[in-house]
Design a protein around this ligand. Structure first.
Ligand code: ADP
Ligand code: MG
Length: 695
């Protein structure tokens, strides 16, 4: 179904190329740099405002400040066009001699603008040079009677190449006129009143074109309202989507968790409270007659797999099939082996499907999935390829979900009818990002580490204490433990980084030859890399020298030391992920962050943060503060949601928007449907409009 935008919004969605007085080149630039539509210009907010007419006495104006002054013109000292010699105009202002300077301007133009003995108002940046004030290339030159031509408050915009502030201001002023006056308020009136907000149109006007000090001081309030609009549109969309999904009626089959109880009887540990809580939440979903869409977040080593296993068993108990998808062959195999081991007393049939399976074997597995002989299939992307048909898929679980795109997520739930979906991630996601990116999902969080684990001890050491590190490694190796040695391999400096990594491998090989160090990085053949990791896993090697290829999910419990060289070059969340490779058994583990002597303050702060905190969610929040959402989630995901008017760091406003959205969607707040259409349309959430009538 194609959605048509409410016609009242047509002017806002007309092309920027329609702005009069702007040539095709600038129009093209506008549409490329800022957006195609008038509304994109309006959402390009100024970063500051210059008060041009608010000038001190000339004598007190410091260099580099903007002044607007009336100057009596006394004399012209012409320069030469196209030479380095400037054209100087001498005048007097407040009894002080002042020079106005131009390079490469036409003499006749300057003569007409600055007639001798006349008074001219000039606005621009002042500089004191040998005790004399100068203004070079003033921004405004007007006759005293035309002082109104100089904006009292001049908005300054984030510029991009080829677009001057003047042009942006002009275009945006034109765009402001395009906002219909008859746009009705979509926000609930009590919220508008309580926050003393202005209308959408007024807010944009005061931000882009404040007429007086009063309007100027409204900037923050107006930005808040617009940010709220944007967040609200996002939250209403997610909320509508979620509501639409949860009204689906499934025939629920009561499961009593019999199979899972048998399994945990055999484990030599108890589940953590957090794990139990998550189990409860998941089982509630499964016993309900709605489709589960849940994300299970839990730091590395928090025991997510067992929680997934419980869901799998409940589905199998109700005679349906389960699928567990992981991003790599290695992880799939690890899950397969782990689950096979804990299922050994049951009659549950498990299959493994990866790109590596031999063709004949694959055909058999495909057939077994189709006829329902397999209860659980574990695998990579192979699980969503077109030749996979399930007899009756009941649940799909995706591990390390951030490695998969939305399409892949959708593809696996289409392998059955009303398939429950459980996403798992070891990347702790800050609250604000969870709400905005995954607001359509229910969230379960394991925020507890199994009791038998000792927290990893993190140390930051300068590279010149290398010898101590070698000794520490030697001691661990002698005890039979294993060591990761990580070096950065960044795209920008890839070639040098590979060389450094190989050199490190050589030196470690020279020192620890009998422990057979192996090398793994993203630039070597996949098979070679997998062989290395496998040797490390199976104890043929005790030292793995690697780039961040080992970041995701590998579970090698007897590795107890991770050295991260050039730690200052990694992001916080990434360092935390790497650290999670150790501390996966009851042995004391260490993470050693080695830094270079030229480390900057930010780098130091990052290492310090990590040294003092083992809590991944805390680290993730800090990472968000330092780097912004794009970096924290990785480019692919952050591209899916772009917020122009709101900062995801304003968590209070976000909560407010979520609450309002939930109230609107659950009809607790009366809100005319037409207005909701307009809000969603303005923020390009048209896809959700069709759900308004459905829920
Ligand atoms: P992750 O959340 O990183 O996927 P895993 O599910 O791989 O963690 O669990 C890591 C290890 O911890 C596994 O060997 C698992 O058997 C073990 N484990 C899980 N839950 C507990 C627990 N409550 N107590 C002790 N060990 C546990
Ligand atoms: Mg895991």
């Amino acid at each position: 179904m194609k959605i048509t935008r409410p016609s009242i919004l047509f002017p806002l969605f007309s092309d920027v190329t329609s702005i009069p007085g702007i040539g095709p080149k600038i129009a093209a630039n506008l549409s490329k740099k800022i957006g195609n539509n008038i509304i994109d210009l309006l959402f390009h907010l100024p970063h500051s405002v210059i008060k041009r007419l608010d000038t001190l006495e000339l004598n007190n104006c410091p260099s580099h400040s903007i002044i607007t002054k009336k100057i009596k013109i006394n004399k012209h000292l012409p320069g030469y066009y196209n030479t380095a010699k400037p054209y100087k105009i001498l005048g007097v202002c407040e009894n002080i001699d002042i020079e106005i300077i131009f390079f490469n301007f036409r003499n006749d133009y300057l003569k007409s603008k600055f007639p001798i003995s006349s008074e001219v108002i000039v606005s621009g940046i002042i500089n004191w040079y040998n005790g004399k004030p100068q203004i070079t290339h003033p921004d405004y030159i007007v006759k005293p009677e035309n002082i109104n031509e100089i904006p009292k408050f001049e908005t300054k915009y984030p510029l991009s190449n080829g677009l001057s502030n003047k042009i942006l201001r002009k275009s945006i002023h034109y765009a402001l006129e395009k906002i219909p006056n008859s746009l009705s308020e979509w926000l609930p009136s009590n919220i508008v009143k309580k926050n003393k907000w202005f209308t959408f149109k007024e807010s944009l006007k005061y931000i882009h074109s404040p007429k007086n000090i009063y309007e100027l001081n409204l900037m923050a309030t107006c930005k808040e309202r617009l940010g709220f609009d944007e967040l609200l549109a996002n939250q209403i969309g997610l909320s509508l989507y979620k509501k639409n999904r949860t009204i689906k009626r499934l025939t629920s089959v009561k499961k009593n968790g019999r199979l899972f109880k048998e399994i945990i009887k055999d484990l030599n540990f108890d589940l953590t409270n957090s794990q139990n809580q998550c189990l409860k939440e998941i089982n509630f979903d499964l016993n309900n007659n709605t489709q589960m869409m849940r994300m299970l977040q839990g730091d590395v080593g928090s025991g997510k797999t067992l929680v997934a296993v419980s869901a799998i068993l409940n589905i199998i108990e109700s005679k349906k099939q389960a699928a567990l998808m992981a991003p790599t062959d290695l992880l799939s195999v690890q899950h397969y082996q782990y689950i096979k081991k804990i299922f050994h007393k049951t009659h549950i049939k498990i299959g493994l499907l990866t790109g590596k399976i031999k063709k004949s074997e694959k055909l058999k597995i495909l057939n077994d999935i189709k006829i329902g002989k397999l209860d659980l299939v574990i695998g990579t992307h192979s699980l969503i390829s077109n030749d996979v048909y399930f007899k009756d898929l009941g649940i799909a679980i995706i591990d390390e979900q951030h490695k998969f795109g939305v399409e892949q997520r959708n593809k696996i739930i289409l392998k059955g009818h009303n398939v429950h979906l459980l996403l798992m991630t070891a990347t702790p996601i800050p609250r604000s990002l969870t709400l905005t990116m995954y607001g359509d999902l229910d969230i379960s969080i394991i925020n507890e580490i199994p009791k038998n684990r000792l927290p990893v001890i993190t140390k930051a050491l300068p590279i010149n204490r290398y010898n101590e590190i070698i000794e520490a490694i030697d001691r661990a190796l002698k005890k039979g433990e294993k060591v990761y040695w990580i070096c950065p391999l960044l795209e920008l400096s890839e070639r040098l980084d590979v060389v450094a990594l190989k050199n490190r491998y050589k030196t470690l090989k020279a020192i620890f030859n009998k422990y057979n160090p192996v090398l793994a990085h993203g630039k070597m053949l996949k098979t070679e890399r997998e062989n290395s990791i496998n040797d490390f896993l199976t104890n043929k090697s005790k030292i793995l020298v690697a780039s961040t290829v080992i970041e995701v999910g590998i579970d090698i419990p007897d590795a107890t030391i991770i050295i991260i060289e050039n730690a200052e070059r990694f992001g916080l969340a990434q360092l935390h992920q790497l650290r999670g490779r150790v501390g996966r058994s009851s042995l004391q583990s260490y993470c050693i962050l080695m830094y270079n002597k030229d480390i900057n303050d930010l780098g130091k702060f990052r290492l310090e943060t990590l040294r003092n905190n083992n809590d991944g969610f805390y680290v993730a929040e800090k990472d968000l503060e330092l780097r912004g959402p794009g970096e924290v989630l990785g480019t692919r995901q952050s591209g899916e949601e772009k917020f122009k008017l709101s900062s995801l760091r304003d968590i209070k406003l976000l909560y407010k928007a979520k609450k309002t959205a939930d109230e609107i969607v659950s009809n607790k707040l009366s809100n005319k449907e037409k207005n909701l259409n307009i809000l969603l349309s303005i923020f390009n959430k048209d896809e959700y409009i069709k759900l308004i009538n459905k829920v």
